[in-house]
Design a protein around this ligand. Structure first.
Ligand SMILES: *Cc1c(COP(=O)(O)O)cnc(C)c1O
Length: 382
C-alpha cells in the first residue's frame, strides 16, 4: 500500500468499539497491574510510564512505516535522537567519521561531550566518494555519520555506496534523515544501520513540538540504542508524542505542497539578477542532482540562495514580510535565516562566492512568496 494509506490505516484498525479515532493522551508515571508477578512479565506491556503508552506506541508504528524500520525509539528532541545512537555506538578509544555538512549541534556534541569520554571525531568533505570516505577509516573507526542533503549547503552523499563499503569493513553507519522526514528517502532500505530524524520539523509540521526518532532494522543495534535510552532516562512527553502523531497523518500532503512551493520559488530565484546560485538538490543545476534523483522520491521546502558578491543576505532577510526570521524549518510558515556564520564553524572552509540565505517555503501561496522575495531583492540595491 501507498505510504499515504499506511500512515493513516493504523488509526482505523479494529477494534473500533466506541473509541475515538486518535489514541488518548495518557499522562502517567506508575502503571497499575493486577498481580505482583505482572511487574516482571515484560510480555504484558509497560510497567512504568517511561516505557511509553498509547500515543507513543502509535507514533512509533507510524515512524516505522515511514523509515521501513523494525524498531523505532522516540527521543525528546531531534538533537537527542542524534546523540542517543552516538552514545550507544561509541566508547573510549573509538573514532567516528562525520560529514562536515552535519547539523551544527551534532558537531558540538562530538567535540565537547564525546571528546571528554575519549571518542575522536574526524570530519570528511560532504562530497567525498564512498572510496574516499573508506580511505579515512582506521583501526579505531566504529561509526560513519551521514547527512543528506547536508545542512545549509545541501550536498547529497552517495548513501547506498558508503553504506555498502562500510558494511564490508564492519563499520556501522548512521544518517540524519531529517530532510527527508523518512518520507522522501528510506536509508535503512539502502543498508544504513541507524536513521534518525527530528520530529520537530516536518512530522510535527506546525512549529509547536519537539521530538526525535531513532529507527533501526537490526535487533542488536536496537538493544544498544534502547539501553542508552533506559540508562539515561530519555523520555518524550505523551502530549508531544500525540502532537507529533497528529502531524504525521498529514505529512505526505504537506510535503507535496512544500515541495511544489519551494521549487517554484527556487526556479524563479535562479532567474533573478541579484542571485549568484540556488542550492536546491532537485534543480538540474545542482552538482549532486543525479544522485538526489536516483535516491530521493522528492524534495522538501528547504533550500539556499547565494547572492552575488557584495549583496547583503541580512538585508534581504530583514526586508521580507511573509518570511519569518528564524532558525528551524518544517512548519507551515515560511522562514529565512542567514547561513554565512553557520558554515563558518565548519572544519573545511567553504567559499560559496556570496552571502548565503536559507529559505524554508511554507504552505502560503507561492506567488505571494515570490512577490515578497522580489520586494526583498529590490531592497538590496537601496
Ligand atoms: C533541527 C534538526 C535537528 C535537531 O532537532 P531538534 O528537535 O531541534 O533538536 C537535527 N538534525 C537536523 C538535520 C535538523 O535540521
Amino acid at each position: 500500500m501507498d505510504i499515504r494509506t499506511r500512515l493513516i490505516r493504523d488509526a482505523t484498525a479494529r477494534p473500533q468499539d466506541r473509541r475515538p479515532v486518535n489514541p488518548p493522551i495518557e499522562r502517567g508515571t506508575t502503571i497499575l497491574l493486577n498481580r505482583s508477578a505482572d511487574l516482571f512479565d515484560d510480555s504484558r506491556g509497560p510497567v512504568y510510564g517511561l516505557d511509553g503508552l498509547s500515543a507513543h506506541k502509535a507514533l512509533e508504528r507510524g515512524i516505522a512505516e515511514l523509515e521501513a524500520a523494525s524498531h523505532v525509539e522516540l527521543a525528546p528532541s531531534g538533537l537527542a535522537a542524534v546523540t542517543i545512537p552516538l552514545t550507544a555506538m561509541l566508547g573510549a578509544g573509538d573514532e567516528v567519521l562525520i560529514t562536515d555538512a552535519c547539523y551544527g549541534p551534532t558537531r558540538k556534541f562530538c567535540s565537547q561531550t564525546l571528546k571528554r569520554y575519549g571518542v575522536t571525531a574526524r570530519y570528511y568533505p560532504p562530497r567525498s566518494t564512498p572510496e574516499e570516505v573508506m580511505a579515512l577509516v582506521g583501526e579505531a573507526t566504529r561509526l560513519i555519520v551521514l547527512e543528506a542533503p547536508g545542512s545549509l549547503t545541501f550536498e547529497v552523499q552517495d548513501v547506498p555506496g558508503i553504506a555498502r563499503l562500510a558494511k564490508a569493513r564492519g563499520v556501522a553507519t548512521m544518517i540524519d534523515n531529517t530532510y527527508a522526514a523518512g518520507l522522501l528517502f528510506q536509508p535503512l532500505n539502502h543498508g544504513v544501520d541507524i536513521s534518525v530524524q527530528a520530529l520537530s520539523k516536518y512530522v510535527g509540521g506546525h512549529s509547536d513540538v519537539f521530538g526525535g526518532a531513532v529507527a533501526v532494522n537490526d535487533a542488536g543495534t536496537w538493544r544498544k540504542v534502547r539501553a542508552v535510552i533506559d540508562e539515561m532516562g530519555w523520555y518524550l512527553s505523551p502530549d508531544d508524542a500525540w502532537l507529533a502523531l497528529r502531524g504525521l497523518r498529514t505529512l505526505p500532503l504537506r510535503m507535496a505542497q512544500h515541495e511544489a512551493g519551494a521549487l517554484e520559488a527556487a526556479r524563479w530565484l535562479e532567474e533573478q539578477p541579484e542571485v549568484l546560485k540556488v542550492l536546491h538538490p532537485a534543480l538540474p543545476s545542482f552538482p549532486d542532482h543525479a544522485v538526489f534523483k536516483r535516491d530521493f522520491s522528492g524534495s522538501n521546502g528547504l533550500f539556499g540562495v547565494v547572492l552575488k558578491p557584495g549583496l547583503d543576505g541580512d538585508r534581504l532577510i530583514d526586508s521580507l514580510e511573509l518570511f519569518g526570521t528564524g532558525v528551524s524549518w518544517g512548519g507551515y510558515e515560511s522562514l529565512a535565516s542567514p547561513g554565512d556564520r553557520m558554515i563558518a564553524r565548519r572544519s573545511l572552509k567553504q567559499d560559496l562566492g556570496g552571502s548565503l540565505v536559507r529559505l524554508h517555503v511554507g504552505l502560503e501561496a507561492p506567488a505571494d512568496l515570490i512577490s515578497d522575495l522580489r520586494r526583498g531583492l529590490d531592497a538590496l540595491g537601496r
